[in-house]
Design a protein around this ligand. Structure first.
Ligand SMILES: Nc1ncnc2c1ncn2[C@@H]1O[C@H](COP(=O)(O)OP(=O)(O)OP(=O)(O)O)[C@@H](O)[C@H]1O
Length: 339
């Protein structure tokens, strides 16, 4: 049965960021040592998470972790947690038994990204456009990857409290004249357009195909990496427009989230794709769409936006929480299991 309890976890402690495509792990020997990062693995290479953890971690070290804190892509409910965009199902009770752990906590992957932006090091982020951080004010993290992750981070009672959600599944609509030309060709999900239909890896392909269809040209790029590579090289007008629109829509959604949380502490772009298209995010489209929020454009100009460039940001957030749990208000009820 999941139990509610205190916030400390026994060391050695294994932390893991389990995305739809990649899983990244690190070991913490104690509350003071630097996390020992392990080589990332592809979720598709292993049938189950227990097999992945056994073969890629436990078989390769004599260190026996006593607890695990895992961040997963998807909502956490009950004793079986399916990953939204991958085949694994996390069963913490089985994990306690099969991996010999005393304590397992499972949180949302963007909650971990939120923990990471409570106090990012200067070298971990790059500012996009103007504005400045108002200390102790709410923050937002969102990131296109296999899906679109979104979370808030609020400061209350001297702790940073991550606010997980499923903001990638909120509706998105057309706004400009060009949007109205392209929108009819976007593939919806069960009849509606959610943000994640555009703002993620497969969303780039959805947008690219729609841009091509709107202009009556044949798509030539086989996947999203090909589209962004061609766009960044300025090689193909449809790819260039796709990336430009992607930045506009990401800016629009980032601005929406900033308004919802009144995020004067900043909006942080995490996820694998943001790092790969950083030079496009630095162009005017992203920030212009972010600020285009009449009647609050003047306010939006003061709110800073950042790309997170730390390669393992979610892991750094989990490590900060594991080592200084008192700094964070992470709810454990219903998602912590102990043997
Ligand atoms: N150069 C690129 N341009 C655009 N998309 C890319 C590029 N390289 C990888 N991708 C896409 O990024 C996605 C993977 O993102 P990420 O590395 O953040 O993985 P993840 O952590 O597993 O994602 P998530 O946490 O959302 O499940 C895939 O859809 C992949 O096709």
């Amino acid at each position: 049965m999941p139990v509610a309890s205190d916030q400390t976890f026994p060391f050695p402690l294994l932390i893991g960021d389990i995305g739809g495509t990649n899983a990244r792990f690190a070991l913490l020997i104690d509350a003071y040592a630097e996390p020992r990062q392990l080589p990332p693995i592809k979720t598709g290479d292993f049938e189950t998470i227990e097999e992945a953890m056994q073969k890629s971690i436990l078989d390769k070290t004599s260190l026996r972790p006593r607890s695990a804190i895992l961040a997963v892509a998807g909502p956490i409910q009950g004793d079986e947690i399916p990953l939204t965009n991958a085949g694994w199902v996390i069963r913490p009770k089985d994990m306690l038994a099969s991996l010999g752990l005393d304590d397992v906590l499972v949180i949302n992957d963007f909650e971990a990204q939120a923990l990471a932006v409570a106090a990012p090091a200067d070298g971990d982020i790059v500012q996009i456009g103007g504005g400045s951080v108002l200390p102790r004010s709410s923050r937002v993290v969102l990131g296109p990857g296999t899906g679109l992750g979104v979370a808030g981070l609020v400061f209350a009672q001297n702790t940073w409290i991550p606010v997980p959600g499923e903001g990638g599944h909120v509706d998105i609509g057309p706004s400009s004249e060009r949007d109205f030309q392209i929108w009819p060709f976007l593939e919806p999900i069960e009849g509606r357009m959610a943000r994640e239909q555009i703002l993620c890896g497969r969303g780039i392909m959805n947008l690219y195909r729609a841009v091509c269809a709107a202009d009556g040209v044949d798509p030539v790029h086989p996947d999203q990496a090909d589209v962004t590579t061609a766009a960044l090289a300025g090689a193909d007008p449809a790819a260039v427009e796709t990336l430009s629109l992607f930045c506009t829509y990401l800016g629009r959604v980032a601005g929406d989230m900033a308004l919802i949380f009144m995020a004067r502490g900043g909006v942080f772009l995490a996820g694998g794709i943001s790092q790969k298209i950083l030079s496009a995010l630095m162009q005017p489209e992203f920030r212009a769409a972010f600020e285009d929020k009449a009647p609050h454009s003047a306010l939006m100009r003061t709110v800073p936006t950042f790309a997170v460039i730390h390669p393992m940001a979610a892991l750094s957030g989990l490590a900060a929480f594991a080592q200084r749990p008192g700094d964070f208000g992470v709810a454990t009820e219903g998602r912590r299991w102990r043997s």
